[in-house]
Design a protein around this ligand. Structure first.
Ligand code: NAD
Length: 339
């Protein structure tokens, strides 16, 4: 915190998403982004200039040595989350880390352990818990009784997969749905079956179906594919949603169903996202803005933490890894083989 009582944040990783964090945090009151940190010196300095951040570094140790830094925002590629998060926690900084928490169970456990040892907040940015619709679904669950059958889907356009094929989609993307499903059901997953196909020939499969069986009998399916045609995804609402069927009703969220539509000569028809990262009057709104304001309120001691706990993020990782391992074993046996 600086002498004026403003929280000082550092953002590690200034790709598309890191830049989004820097811009959004500018609209959160009482907060400054004091550092950006990334891997390449030239690009990191250029990002600092472009985003108007006063300090930049390629060393997390240099950032963490700054006593005014309160928290580090980790927005690097997934496999780099562990090193930066652990360094920040060990230096006594709070951390908000983009999902997925990590790419391996070992990394995830080390991060949660570092948070426990430091006593600092480790928030995994599972922002859908802060999306009004998904949160309302959670609040209304008692009306439908016990969840029996859940279907979650999350489909993206092909042109994004060149970047995100670096991590398995169960871990990278379906982790949002796994987190919601665990949050809604509240029980433990006993069995996970994954069915994946690699139609594009990239590092990981682009068609992914998972089936989860909970110890209490609830079943859930989740679908994450990259088969939507390329489109102007800048402001598009993803083809994503969830349906929860219980004994006394059905609750559903579907992203494509509503929102704000623009039809311009430049871009054609766009469904402009109002729920994820919309800005209103210079302030980040939607789930992203709500999540950031909550994180900041927790740092100030003004709110009880409501996001995914480190233990919950770890459990989501366990389920995602179960799906990946089952899908890989199925592939080794050959499609259509028993077991
Ligand atoms: N919540 C969502 O919907 C959502 C959407 C997109 C991305 N993300 C997450 O955001 C994170 C970043 O994604 P992105 O699309 O911005 O990635 P990116 O590849 O565009 O950017 C990564 C940034 O991290 C830097 N970097 C790479 N390795 C590093 C290292 N070892 N140490 C420090 N910096 C390093 C790069 O220089 C770059 O600035 C990922 O965890 C991703 O899953 C979340």
């Amino acid at each position: 915190m600086n002498s004026k009582g403003r929280l000082q944040l550092a953002v590690a990783g200034v790709g598309d998403f890191g830049a989004r964090y820097v811009r959004a945090l500018r609209g959160v009151s009482g907060v400054d982004v004091r550092w950006v940190m990334a891997r390449d010196p030239g690009r990191t300095e250029a990002a600092a200039v472009a985003l108007d951040v006063p300090r930049w570094s390629v060393e997390i140790a240099e950032v963490c040595a700054d006593p005014e830094v309160d928290a580090v925002v980790v927005v690097t590629p997934e496999a780099a989350h562990r090193a930066i998060t652990v360094a920040a926690l060990e230096a006594g900084k709070h951390v908000i880390v983009e999902k997925p928490l990590a790419t391996t169970d070992e990394d995830a456990v080390a991060m949660v352990e570092a948070a426990r040892a430091s006593g600092k907040l480790l928030m995994t940015a599972l922002l859908l818990r802060f999306d009004t619709r998904y949160a309302q679904l959670k609040d209304r669950l008692p009306e439908i009784g016990r969840p029996r059958s859940i279907y979650a889907w999350r489909n993206f356009d092909r042109n994004l997969f060149a970047l995100y094929s670096r991590t398995h989609s169960f871990v990278e993307n379906a982790i949002h749905d796994i987190d919601l499903i665990l949050w809604y059901v509240g029980g433990r997953v006993a069995r996970a079956n994954g069915f994946c196909r690699n139609t594009m020939g990239l590092a990981n499969p682009d068609v992914n179906w998972g089936v989860l069986e909970f110890e209490d009998g609830t079943v859930a399916t989740l679908q994450t594919t990259w088969l939507y045609p390329p489109q102007a995804h800048r402001n598009l609402q993803w083809n994503a949603g969830i349906q929860v069927m219980g004994d006394r009703g059905v609750l559903e969220v579907a992203n494509d169903a509503g929102g704000f539509r623009a039809n311009t000569e430049g871009d054609g028809i766009l469904l402009l996202d109002q729920t994820g990262w919309s800005d209103i009057h210079g302030e980040p709104r939607g789930a992203f803005g709500a999540m950031l304001r909550h994180f900041v309120a927790c740092l100030r001691g003004e709110a009880e933490y409501l996001g995914a706990t480190p233990g919950e993020a770890l459990e989501g990782m366990r389920v995602a890894r179960m799906l990946v391992e089952d899908a890989r074993a199925r592939e080794r046996r050959g499609y259509g083989a028993g077991g």
